[in-house]
Design a protein around this ligand. Structure first.
Ligand code: CP3
Length: 365
């Protein structure tokens, strides 16, 4: 790892000083020296914030994702309140699937519910290809946000083929993913056709966000941890790799995240990410040993720890910042999303603590 902290050497391929591409978050993703460990939280925009609940009280979830001014306001809320190092676009993994013509809703307290689950070749054909026209509201929201955010980077995101397929095949959230796995094992050809189509939708959705100006993208394969490594490699990795590999020319770091993926970390890195997200089950020093020295890591505070008394939170944050030093780049985050019952003031304190614990001498210009 380079120890250059002067910041004066304009190495080839490095962005100009200042601007979101030179922010601590993007630099950490690229394994470059940083003034402090950057921090953001999955689901930082959401029900933990009273200002979010107020806006959403009268607007259904999917509709709120399609109104660029609302998306902009909700995305900015946690940046203003907590001083996080990155914003994440307010949207949902099922937004592009809905844009592709699948009838679905996001039911409060449940999650995505699909009217007619996808289980046949004809069903796969119902998933249309999308482009900017189908998600013009996302294009518009990203452009508004990039203008508002200044030097703070905006993260775009999408769902990975396996996690999207699970919602589509099950018809809703599932603990066992039984119908999904039955299709995967029982009809591999149809499974691969479904995932290939979802990879196309996801790639297009991410491409729209990159062209509109996001500074990084995160591919959420939240439920991939339900699979063995062998099955992950056979049934999932090629499709996630097609998404991530297809964005190699996009010029922005690619983050790949799942829950319960301790046994999959190396494989998820091979799918083409620059940064691998790690949940709380695997310490970051162990995780980076599995992932290898050419990728940064992101994580990994257990979101339930935020419900504990502050000294417990503080000790865990210290441990994670310390273990993150073993990685060639570390973006502090939770191991999964912020729980709605989290006290937002605790999140604000965590941001300040991570910055304080990781502060390096200022770079001289
Ligand atoms: O701040 C952010 O992280 C950006 C916003 C974001 C949302 N969904 C908003 C949302 C992101 C990144 C997502 C991704 C998402 N959506 C994932 C992957 C990340 C993960 O949590 O693993 C998944 C699996 C989904 C599917 C989904 N959508 C679920 C499971 C739920 C929760 C259902 C519930 O009510 O508990 C949703 C709805 C959703 N997406 C909410 C938010 C803020 C809650 C809606 C509300 O406020 O009522």
């Amino acid at each position: 790892m380079t120890t250059d902290t002067t910041g004066t050497a304009a190495r080839d391929g490095e962005p100009r000083r200042g601007g979101p591409a030179d922010s601590p978050f993007v630099r950490a993703c690229r394994r470059q020296p940083v003034p402090h460990t950057p921090v953001w939280f999955m689901r930082q925009a959401g029900r933990s914030l009273p200002e979010y609940r107020e806006i959403r009280a009268s607007v259904p979830m999917l509709e709120s994702c399609r109104r660029p001014e609302l998306v902009t306001e909700i995305t900015l809320q946690p940046v203003r309140r907590h001083g996080v190092d990155a914003a994440i676009l307010f949207s949902d993994i099922v937004v592009p699937v809905a844009a592709a013509g699948i009838d679905l809703d996001i039911v409060p307290g449940t999650g995505p519910v699909v009217a007619e689950p996808v289980r046949t070749a004809a069903d796969v054909e119902r998933i249309a290809r999308i482009g900017r026209d189908e998600v013009s509201y996302v294009d518009e929201a990203v452009r508004l946000l990039v203008a508002e955010l200044g030097d703070t980077p905006l993260i775009g995101f999408a769902g990975a083929p396996f996690t999207l397929a699970s919602y589509l095949v099950e018809g809703g959230p599932s603990r066992t993913h039984a119908k999904t796995k039955a299709l995967m094992y029982g009809d591999p050809e149809l499974w691969h056709a479904l995932c290939a189509r979802l990879a196309e939708v996801t790639s297009s959705f991410l491409r729209v966000q990159i062209e509109a100006g996001v500074s990084a993208v995160q591919l959420f394969d939240s439920w991939a941890g339900a699979l063995s490594e062998a099955d992950y490699r056979r049934f999932v990795l090629p499709h996630s790799a097609s998404v991530l590999g297809g964005l190699a020319d996009g010029g922005v770091p690619r983050i790949h995240f799942g829950v319960g993926t301790g046994e999959l970390l190396a494989a998820m890195g091979e799918a083409g990410a620059d940064v691998v997200g790690v949940d709380w089950r695997t310490p970051l020093d162990v995780a980076t040993g599995r992932i290898g020295p050419d990728k940064a890591v992101q994580g990994n505070l257990d979101p339930t720890v935020l419900l504990a008394p502050w000294p417990v939170v503080e000790a865990e944050v210290r441990r994670i910042v310390e273990q993150g030093r073993a990685a060639p780049g570390h973006v502090f985050n939770l191991g999964h999303g912020v729980l709605p019952e989290t006290d937002p003031d605790v999140l604000t304190r965590v941001v300040a603590l991570v910055h304080e614990l990781s502060a390096r001498p200022a770079r001289q210009g």
